[in-house]
Design a protein around this ligand. Structure first.
Ligand SMILES: *Cc1c(COP(=O)(O)O)cnc(C)c1O
Length: 378
């Protein structure tokens, strides 16, 4: 209760550790816990430490600054950073003992230059595009990239430790692109091995593939969202032995009795049906509560799930609680594990037409963040 409104994001570190342990045991091979985007909104460093406590072998982040922040906090586990544009400070990455990934020969050249400047060979992953058309070298570019990397390895500037790709449809486990991507990936691996890159680990599986597609596990899996206890398939996390680590709660800031016919919030998109009690909840879209949740998103208040009444504003929204007894200071839960009657992030995602990834990574603003559990705590 540190921000004056009582609004807080509560992160269960033991859940992150337990989820990691469940996934690690399921795959029975190395697991890279993805902690990009501030640990999917759960806090970069605490999430990383909790995942490591749960048995993660390494950590994955998108941008270099995230990897440097882990090192600055004293995290010594292997860290891969993969989304680096021209001019990225690869020298800083190598000095901090971060593994890096490239998609193109120009990126490799920058890494080689940094290795020579620092005297530290890069631990390098090569990213191949097997059908997502996002990161990764295309199959037509791949042989040239692999050949250049093999030369850089022979020169002692890099050690290629990873060959990898990312899936388009892992959350639809029967989709035909899955087999197609696996086949292209195996072809790419064959080309790299023929070029002499024989020691690199192969990795392809995100969370959905980790829970649903054993044929994609190869030498290492890379789950993100499942580490935080959310079902990558959009179903019930408990079916996979996972528990959501995030609870988002606020406190009622004001209540009032109003007559029927009262227009509520901007644009009066909600009108009270009869005399009722309104409760004001002091969090809004500036805090990551989607504006699209107006008149549709559920919250737990006064013992029941209730839909937000009218528009979500920048700093606040309103609930119509009928004749329920509600007072300022009472708890409102936006989402959580779901076993205390509160909605889940999945329920919110369904209500507002997005995915839970977007909800948990964007919640923030003026919410205080509080950690419970002890996994990885220093
Ligand atoms: C974000 C990301 C992951 C983790 O994805 P989840 O769906 O959260 O498991 C894995 N690999 C890459 C390349 C990513 O960008």
């Amino acid at each position: 209760m540190t921000n004056g409104t009582g609004a807080e994001v509560v992160v269960d570190l033991d859940a992150i550790a337990a989820n990691t342990a469940v996934l690690r045991e399921r795959v029975d091979r190395p697991l890279m816990a993805v902690v990009k985007a501030d640990g999917y909104g759960h806090g970069l460093v605490p999430a990383a430490r909790a995942a490591l406590a749960g048995g993660a072998d390494s950590l994955g982040v998108a941008v270099l600054a995230e990897g440097l922040a882990l090192r600055a906090a004293g995290v010594t586990a292997p860290v891969l950073t993969w989304l680096n544009g021209p001019g990225a400070d690869f020298a800083a990455a190598l000095t901090a003992d971060l593994e890096v990934s490239v998609n193109a020969v120009w990126g490799l050249s920058e890494v080689v230059a940094a290795a020579r400047a620092t005297g530290r060979p890069a631990r390098l992953h090569l990213f191949v595009d097997t059908g997502l058309s996002r990161e990764g070298a295309t199959m037509s570019e791949w042989p040239e990239l692999v050949a250049a990397a093999a030369r850089a390895q022979a020169d002692g500037d890099v050690t290629v430790v990873g060959l990898w790709s990312h899936m388009a449809y892992a959350d639809a486990p029967t989709h035909p692109t899955i087999g197609a991507q696996v086949r292209v990936f195996e072809e790419a691996v064959g080309i790299a091995r023929a070029a002499g890159l024989t020691d690199a680990r192969r990795h392809l599986a995100n969370s959905a593939a980790t829970v649903a597609l054993p044929e994609t596990w190869f030498d290492l899996v890379r789950p993100g969202i499942a580490v935080y206890g959310l079902d990558p398939l959009g179903g019930n996390a408990a079916d996979h032995g996972l528990r959501p680590a995030m609870t988002v709660r606020a406190q009622v800031a004001l209540t009032k009795r109003v007559p029927g016919g009262a227009g509520v919030s901007y644009g009066h998109t909600y009108t009270t049906a009869g005399e009722t009690t309104l409760a004001l909840v002091p969090v809004g879209y500036a805090d990551g509560v989607p504006r699209a949740g107006g008149n549709c998103a559920p919250v737990l208040a006064a013992g029941a799930q209730r839909r937000i009444a009218g528009r979500v504003c920048m700093d606040q929204f309103v609930l119509d609680v009928g004749n329920a007894a509600v007072a300022p200071g009472d708890e409102v839960v936006l989402w959580g594990p779901g076993d205390g009657g509160e909605p889940t992030a999945q329920q919110w995602a369904d209500a507002v037409g997005t995915i839970h990834y977007e909800l948990v990574t964007r919640i923030g603003g003026r919410f205080a963040r509080r950690y419970v559990g002890s996994a990885g705590a220093v």
